[in-house]
Design a protein around this ligand. Structure first.
Ligand code: IPM
Ligand code: MN
Length: 367
């Protein structure tokens, strides 16, 4: 029995999650996989209903489940809320409390979509890289933080970039482990030329490489140069490991290389629970997309592919994960596409549920 907690959240989150539920049902019916699904609220919708973006009872469910599937958190109507109750805090609290320190953000370019990249087709076709972003520390969480009076009549805003040896080493290990299953190369990114935390980052990643993964090729780049290389020649990378803030920025850039944010999944992993499965949260990279909410335009593929990552990383169901990824690829190749992927003359865009249904059709065809 595999326990899933679905937190569809805000914006297009519930719309794309509906399609994931269909996919879950398909695996239950056709593959005899025993999924038990619980649902609750996170983000703005949780604030509206519970007065907090992450209720304690939801956090308890999160600790008790095997894997969390999250849609999105945030919407413009919550912009003026105080920081502690903004929808995003729900997401950040889940990451922090469950200690989901390794955020895996793959950037793959599907053949059917290479023409949608803002880069030339030959630079991105066949692209397959993995960004491992540290997710529970760094400037997102460091103290001191806040906005205070500077005692000269003005104010000062403070955030603190802070990393410890163990925080750096554990996320480095996640990156090296992944590299061993891929093309055996890790590139670590920081700003060791200006930040002490960057110097420590570089030294500790090197230490893990030298002592534990001498078989994996390790290189280092300053994050700004890394950003430049990502758009110049992205295929040079296999696994990139970087801190929370640089990872946030670099992963958005890497995502766009592939043609659409609407295609990219992510996994946030921690250490194993008492049951022996990793603490894990899976979510699409695209966010709540207020501009298209409620219009049946959202692309469900990123959320569906996030479930494929859950099959793989939480439950070790490699064959099923691969089948689902191939079904998404086939659906696109069949020309069924939501508006974010449609630049073909004379074709009508698919709605969110039409896209989802085509993935189910392809699952049936491929199995
Ligand atoms: C992301 C998002 C989040 C982040 C926000 C919504 C808190 O941008 O997951 O990349 O900054 O980590
Ligand atoms: Mn982001």
């Amino acid at each position: 029995m595999y326990n899933l907690l679905i937190l569809a959240g805000d914006g297009i989150g519930p719309e794309v999650m509906e399609e994931v539920k269909e996919v879950i049902s398909w695996f239950k019916d056709k593959r005899n996989l025993n999924f038990s699904v619980t649902e609750d609220l996170v983000g703005g919708i949780a604030y509206d209903n519970y007065g907090t973006p992450l209720h304690d009872k939801t956090l308890k469910l999160a600790f008790d489940t095997d894997a969390i599937l999250l849609g999105a958190a945030g919407a413009p109507k919550y912009d003026d809320l105080p920081f502690e109750v903004k929808p995003e805090r729900g997401l950040l609290k889940l990451r922090k409390e469950l200690d989901l320190y390794a955020n895996l953000r793959p950037a793959m370019c599907f053949d059917a979509l290479a023409e949608f990249s803002s880069l030339k087709k030959d630079i991105v076709s066949g692209l397959d890289l993995m960004i491992v972003r540290e997710l529970t520390s760094g400037v997102y969480f460091g103290d001191p933080r806040g906005i205070m009076d500077d005692n000269e009549g003005g104010r000062v805003g403070i955030n603190t970039q802070r990393y410890t040896t163990s925080e750096i080493r554990r996320v480095a290990r996640s990156a090296f482990e992944l590299a061993r299953k891929r093309n055996n190369r890790v590139c670590s990114m920081e700003k060791a030329n200006v930040m002490e935390s960057g110097v420590l980052w570089r030294e500790e990643v090197q230490w893990v490489g030298d002592n534990e993964y001498p078989d994996v090729e390790l290189s280092h780049m300053y994050a700004d140069a890394g950003a430049m290389q990502l758009v110049r020649n992205p295929k040079q990378f296999d696994v990139i490991v970087t801190d929370n803030l640089f990872g946030d920025i670099l992963s958005d850039a890497a995502a766009m290389l592939t043609g659409s944010l609407g295609m990219l999944p992510s996994a946030s992993l921690g250490d194993n629970s008492p049951k022996g499965l990793p603490r894990a949260l899976y979510e699409p990279v695209h966010g709540s997309a207020p501009d298209i909410t409620g219009q049946a335009k959202a692309n469900p593929c990123a959320c569906i592919l996030s479930f494929a990552m859950a099959l793989k990383y939480s439950f070790g169901l490699l064959e099923e994960a691969d089948l689902l990824a191939r079904a998404v690829e086939q659906a696109l190749a069949n020309g069924v596409r939501t508006p974010d992927l449609l630049q073909i003359e004379g074709k009508n865009p698919a709605t969110t549920s039409e896209m989802g249904k085509e993935v189910i059709n392809c699952l049936n065809d491929l199995s």
